[in-house]
Structures are given as structure tokens and as C-alpha cells.
Design a binder for this molecule. Sequence first.
Ligand code: GRF
Length: 195
Amino acid sequence: KKVAILLSGGGSNMVALLDSMTGDHPARASLVMSNDSEAGGLKKAAARGIATAAVDHRPFKGDRATFEAELIKPLIAAEPDIVCLAGFMRVLTADFVTQFQGRMLNIHPSLLPKYKGLHTHARALEAGDAHHGCTVHEVTAALDDGPILGQATVDVLPEDTPDLLAARVLKKEHMLYPAVLRRFAQGDRTPILLS
Ligand code: GRF
């Protein structure tokens, strides 16, 4: 199975996914793409010998459709079986998503359906939640909304700040996403729950 990974920043989730696709793992990464040509994750992917591509979203201003028409070109060319959004910070239109329906995954730093969107750690703290975490889900046209494939939880601690909480959640992301990808690549969509 060929996997394409989309990222916007440092790509720590991409690195965790790359490092997991070894040995008898049924998938290998064939492309790492970003909406930011300066994204640190692109350098990490290149250092690991993975092909990279970037389509900067800024020149397209609000013209999401034209940006996506460019973004999808290298993605289609790579012929991925699975597309993983990993710290990808652009909302994708329904047109783009439907072209990968059923084989596009995303990791979101909350226990969906709670806290769709941004600033999830601050919102969990604000709400006084005892637990927080991350979710891997299939991507559908609705934001952060598709079938859940895995979740990992962390305890919220009394002295937590958004950054402290985010750091603990990120560590769980690096465990959850590779586990879900391995199972998904074997055609198994049974949700994985990590405590
Ligand atoms: C992090 O906030 C993570 O929780 C979310 O995307 C952001 C960047 O992740 N999934 P990464 O280090 O670029 O994978």
C-alpha cells in the first residue's frame, strides 16, 4: 500500500508514521506534501529519502478551489492508496475530500466529537475536563467529523497549561496514528482505543 502524507508544520506525526512503516508493515510512504514550502516536515521527509512536494496556499488567497486544483496534482501522480493528514492545517473542500473518500485519515487533538476545530487543549482546560486526548478519523466533507478509527486519552492534571497538555497529547498522537494506519492498511477499520 502506498501512503501520501500531508502536513503544514514540523511533521512530528509524519515522522512517527514514516518510522512505523518498516518490516512486514503493509504500507510505505511514497509522498510527503505541504501547503507551506518552508514546512520543517518537508526537510525531515527528504532526509528520510521520501519524495516531497509543496503548494503554498498563500498566493491563492481565498481561492480554495484553485489552490486545491494545484495541490491535488502531485497527490494524484503519486497514486496513493491511503492519504494521511498529519498536522495539516487547511480545511479541504468536499470536492477534494470525495476524491479520497474512505481512504483519507486525519488526526485531531481532541476526543471527538468534542472540540472540533482549533485551540482544543485550551478549550478542554476551560471546560474543566478530567480527560482529554486525540482522535484518528476518516476524513469526510464535514470538518473533524468522519468515522472514528482510534482514540487515545490523557488525564488532565491540575497544573496543566494548554502547552503542557498539548505536549502530552502529541506523544499519544505518535502512538495512536501509526497503530491506526497499520490496522487500516490491512483493511481493518475496527477502532483502536489507547488509554
Ligand atoms: C499538533 O498540534 C498536533 O496536535 C496536530 O497537528 C499539530 C502539528 O503536528 N495533529 P505535527 O508535529 O506537525 O505532526
